[in-house]
Design a binder for this molecule. Structure first.
Ligand code: ADP
Ligand code: ADP
Length: 232
């Protein structure tokens, strides 16, 4: 579902160059929950942002759902991004919009008709447990509730892939557990493929099927999650 072929990212050039991601191959099959764990500065954000080309790779090719994103022009890429949802550590909600309007935003941008937007947003609010928060503003919500809104918004365009950039790092352990449960639910019920990056072992242990370790821009080890944590 996600394939990175020799993808690297260098910021800057010459003596200023930072090789944030060394040439990397990664394959995440459909329906998997794949984790990449590493310390701060290891290149996790760069890796995940290369998947939907929020960061343009310096080398290599990115495929999602059989389509090469790195070969698309701006308009086609915009279309293709509908199939790749993303959530972030700090939620990135619009503070001037209600829960409903935040979730509806991607559909508005896609030009979906008002009535269809209503029909599509309501089930997402049910799925994410936000049915009684429809008219609240982000400032009135807890961190966990805000992340639920962000998840609902990410699902609005019916993506096949969900990218999670440190999605639980700003949350307390109990809230983290409930968000991870929701992500698992989404993986099972909707068949969504999930790629997540984190610095937290617990996240990887709880929901990932496979995990890779990234260190100094290099994806150095990949294993099934059971093997990854078992002593030899
Ligand atoms: P992580 O997500 O694991 O903390 P990042 O991918 O954010 O790591 O960063 C990897 C390296 O690339 C770090 O040295 C970071 O400072 C650098 N870096 C990240 N983004 C940029 C950027 N836009 N410009 C220059 N350097 C960057
Ligand atoms: P997060 O909030 O997800 O941890 P960071 O605070 O590490 O992200 O980085 C925020 C933004 O700054 C990201 O878009 C990242 O690519 C960029 N960035 C990170 N390190 C650098 C750097 N050394 N130079 C320029 N931009 C950077």
């Amino acid at each position: 579902m996600i394939t990175l072929d020799n993808v690297s990212k260098t910021y800057g050039s010459g003596s200023q160059a930072i090789h944030a991601l060394k040439p990397t191959n990664l394959h995440v099959p459909q329906g998997a929950i794949h984790g990449v764990i590493g310390l701060s500065g290891a290149g996790k954000s760069t890796l995940i942002r290369c998947v939907n080309l929020l960061e343009r790779p310096t080398t290599g090719r990115v495929f999602v759902d059989g389509q090469e994103l790195t070969a698309l022009d701006a308009k086609a890429l915009n279309q293709a991004r509908h199939r790749v949802g993303m959530i972030f550590q700090h939620f990135n909600l619009l503070s001037s919009r209600t829960v409903f309007a935040n979730v509806a935003l991607p559909l508005e941008l896609m030009g979906v008709a008002k009535r269809e937007i209503r029909d599509r947003v309501q089930p997402l609010l049910d799925l994410t447990g936000l049915s009684d928060k429809v008219d609240k503003y982000p400032a009135e919500l807890s961190g966990g509730q805000k992340q639920r809104v962000a998840i609902a918004r990410a699902l609005a365009s019916r993506p096949k892939v969900l990218l999670c950039d440190e999605a639980t790092s700003a949350l307390d352990p109990q809230t983290t557990a409930s968000i991870l449960e929701l992500l698992q639910d989404i993986n099972r019920k909707l068949g969504l493929t999930i790629l997540l990056i984190t610095h937290e072992m617990e996240v990887v242990k709880t929901i990932c099927h496979k995990v890779g370790l990234i260190s100094a821009g290099e994806l150095v080890e990949e294993a099934d999650v059971g093997d990854f944590f078992t002593a030899p």
